[in-house]
Design a binder for this molecule. Structure first.
Ligand code: BTN
Length: 250
């Protein structure tokens, strides 16, 4: 269960990365599942693929959740990406229209990125022992300085300011719902919702792999989280993260 009681949300003024912080705390001793580390300022926020995660101090949500998904086989670990992305998707749908989940787990509005997830698993004896779910959501930031290609925030999308703590509570409670679904084995339900939220599903677009561009449509995501794309020729390809790039122009 993910307890989201206020005393399990640790507010940290400044840290390099809440994922690093959470990982250190896990090593130090037993933390209840669902413990959250939230920071006002991240000095070395980490994104996927060794990217940096830009977040202006005090403007956004940058936090990490500690989970112990011991019930989940390692080969099904992509389910964690699905439940976390769906939780955020579901909570933020109240604030903005046209939200999508860009495979594997980016939160998108149109062609812009509103949030990202960095999941780090620790495995012992073939089981998932602990997981740190790092989440960055752009809430009130208006100017982005890094070379991240397409960031956006709730404020930029809606011209309104938001209370991050309220959004945090909503996001945690939705993630909890989906995580409990997973624990109860409701995999098909989660899969269905994830697929129906997927960015560019069943649309012809340009992609790039191994230095070559091709046109195809996303037709699903397989058991191990690979993206399934049907090329124009009808050939079906499966890609791991980093093996395929989404291109903007059609
Ligand atoms: C991505 O590249 O899309 C993933 C971004 C994840 C950023 C969050 S912010 C809180 C947590 N701490 C980190 O250093 N990264 C994650």
């Amino acid at each position: 269960m993910i307890p989201i009681a206020e005393n399990l949300i640790f507010h940290i003024q400044r840290t390099d990365s809440t994922n690093n912080y959470a990982n250190q705390q896990i090593r130090l001793g037993s933390l209840p599942e669902g413990t959250v580390f939230l920071t006002y300022e991240q000095t070395s926020g980490r994104g996927q693929m060794q990217n940096i995660w830009e977040s202006e101090p005090g403007k956004n949500l940058t936090f990490s959740i500690v989970l112990y998904p011991e019930f989940l086989e390692i080969r099904r670990q992509f389910m964690l990406s699905k439940v976390v992305a769906l939780g955020i998707y579901s909570a933020l749908s109240k604030y903005v229209d046209h939200l999508k989940i860009k495979w594997p787990n980016d939160i998108y509005v149109g062609n812009k990125k509103l949030g990202g997830i960095l999941i780090e698993n620790s495995v012992m004896s073939g089981l998932l022992k602990s997981t740190v779910v790092g989440i960055g959501l752009n809430v009130n930031q208006k100017v982005f300085l890094s070379d991240a290609p397409n960031p956006v925030s709730l404020q930029l999308l809606t011209n309104q300011q938001y209370d991050g703590e309220i959004i945090l509570t909503e996001v945690l409670s939705e993630i909890k719902l989906y995580y409990e679904l997973l624990r109860r084995g409701k995999k098909d339900e989660i899969d269905r919702e994830y697929i129906s939220a997927l960015y560019r599903l069943y649309e012809m677009h340009n992609f790039r792999t191994e230095g070559e561009n091709f046109i195809g449509e996303i037709i699903g995501v397989n058991e191990i989280g690979q993206l399934i794309i049907r090329k124009e020729s009808g050939k079906i390809l499966e890609f791991q993260f980093k093996e395929v790039e989404f291109l903007q122009a059609n």
